[in-house]
Ligand binder design. Structure first.
Ligand code: ADP
Length: 204
């Protein structure tokens, strides 16, 4: 089972992704985490993307696509893994098309797309309290100004993917403003329904 997680910055994708991945033997792949690791290492990619990330913009599609392609290959080679959960990729239509090509080459498809929905002011409040609770984990791009830019980029570039996947019958919307456990339950409900449908397809 391959999942895509869509949702604005601060919607709680990472938290839910870790939980769902563990429960369903999936590997959670976060392009944000991969890029932050590249920056921390000071690799060539890290040097290329650092200032873009600090401003809240999107790094070039080819860079994230190649990181994801490599991570997908590794996940497929691992027998302990039943699929992947993509968090933070794709982030625009071009990346969505790239993802389809990558998966097709590997004989895979997207099974479910989950979109966490949350109002902008709730996002700002969440990130502010995340910073207040864990000041040491504050990210370079967790400033009010940069966050506003990340939210704007989300609306402009990433939101249209909701329609794209809805047209393909893959989209499930989840209310991200509910408490963490309720969001998890809503996600589990979608996934068990999807597993039933998948099972019926296989049986039929
Ligand atoms: P959040 O969802 O909280 O904004 P992420 O950890 O997903 O944060 O991403 C952090 C930053 O990494 C983004 O603002 C962007 O600069 C870069 N990034 C992550 N994923 C992508 C992607 N798929 N395409 C382009 N840039 C990306």
């Amino acid at each position: 089972m391959n999942l895509v997680f869509l949702g604005p910055p601060g919607a709680g994708k990472g938290t839910q992704a870790r939980y769902v991945a563990e429960r369903h033997r999936l590997v959670a792949l976060s392009t944000g985490d991969m890029l932050r690791a590249a920056v921390a290492e000071g690799s060539e990619i890290g040097l290329q993307v650092r200032s873009i990330m600090e401003s809240g913009g999107l790094v070039p599609d080819e860079i994230v696509a190649s990181l994801i392609s490599e991570a997908l290959r590794r996940a497929r080679a691992d027998d302990a893994v039943d699929g992947v959960l993509l968090d933070g990729f794709p982030r625009n239509l071009e990346q969505a098309k790239m993802l389809e090509e990558i998966l097709e080459r590997q004989g895979e498809t997207i099974d479910v797309v989950l979109e966490l929905r949350l109002e902008d002011d709730a996002l700002l409040r969440r990130i502010e309290s995340r910073i207040a609770e864990n000041p040491s984990e504050r990210r370079e791009d967790d400033t009010p100004e940069v966050l506003r830019n990340r939210i704007e980029v989300y609306h402009r570039e990433t939101r249209p993917l909701g329609d794209y996947y809805r047209e393909r019958g893959l989209l499930h919307e989840i209310d991200g403003s509910a408490p963490v456990e309720s969001v998890t339950r809503a996600i589990e409900a979608v996934l068990s329904q999807a597993a039933d449908i998948g099972g019926q397809r296989k049986a039929g």
